[in-house]
Design a protein. Structure first.
Length: 248
């Protein structure tokens, strides 16, 4: 069952691209959310504290024709698309018109403002959680087959989990740089770290050379599943080499 984010009638409804096959995945509403928003706010299956928002006096639901609803819905989709572009790994989805309740409709500018407030609050919560870690990635280690491994610490629903990323890297001497540079990477894989609960399934990877060939920036996408709630997540992690070819 899709997890729905309610932020009162002013915001309307957005869906997160997580899913649950168990009704028990629905979390208890926070008392604060009920008082402030008159509804439930969840992201990726778990409740969050609510960002401070002003109470707005309304005169009742918007009275829209079907044509106006379709136009507003198109604008909502564009607003959420732009919001998702601001951060890798956040995936909000606007439900179909049929899923909207009368109180969910709002002027596009109001909808955009409330989406932005929610995004700002979520990103601030993520930064705070990750800032408490000594580092967001671990040191590089070598595997039994010569692959290099590094662990990334990620944030989902007020929780930190870790994913180990590995790849086979090759370097070669470059006269202009007077030292070794990356020449190739393949067999990029990732899996849940032994220190974390849940499951991780990689769905996509892409390698990009930066720093004049001394650093590989790896984009990893996958699905993290915990307590039958599946959440799409994407992140980047970097592997570097020095002039002697050591992978860092």
């Amino acid at each position: 069952m899709k997890q729905v984010l309610y932020i009162g009638a002013i915001l309307g409804t957005v869906l997160l691209t997580g899913c649950s096959t168990n009704e028990e995945a629905n979390q208890t509403k926070s008392e604060e959310a009920s008082k402030v928003l008159g509804g439930e706010q969840t992201i990726e299956g778990a409740p969050l504290s609510n960002p401070p928002i002003d109470v707005v006096e309304t005169t009742g639901p918007l009275q829209l024709t079907q044509e106006q609803k379709e136009e507003y819905h198109n604008q909502y989709e564009e607003i959420v698309h732009q919001a998702n572009e601001t951060k890798i790994g956040i995936n909000l989805v606007v439900p179909s018109i049929e899923e909207f309740e009368p109180q969910d409709w709002a002027e596009p500018e109001d909808y955009k403002q409330r989406i932005q407030e929610h995004m700002d609050f979520f990103l601030a919560s993520e930064r705070e959680a990750l800032s408490n870690l000594p580092s967001q990635t671990s040191e590089v280690v070598m595997g039994s087959n010569g692959e290099r491994k590094k662990t990334a610490h990620l944030y989902v629903s007020d929780k930190i989990f870790s994913v180990e990323v590995s790849g086979m890297f090759e370097t070669q001497y470059n006269e202009n740089r007077e030292g070794q540079m990356f020449s190739k990477v393949d067999q990029i894989t990732s899996h849940i770290a032994s220190s974390s609960n849940g499951e991780w399934k990689q769905t996509f990877s892409e390698a990009k050379l930066v720093d004049n060939g001394r650093t590989y920036s790896l984009l990893i996408e996958g699905v993290y599943t915990l307590h039958r709630i599946a959440t799409k997540k994407a992140f980047t992690i970097e592997f570097s080499c020095n002039e002697f070819g050591a992978i860092l």
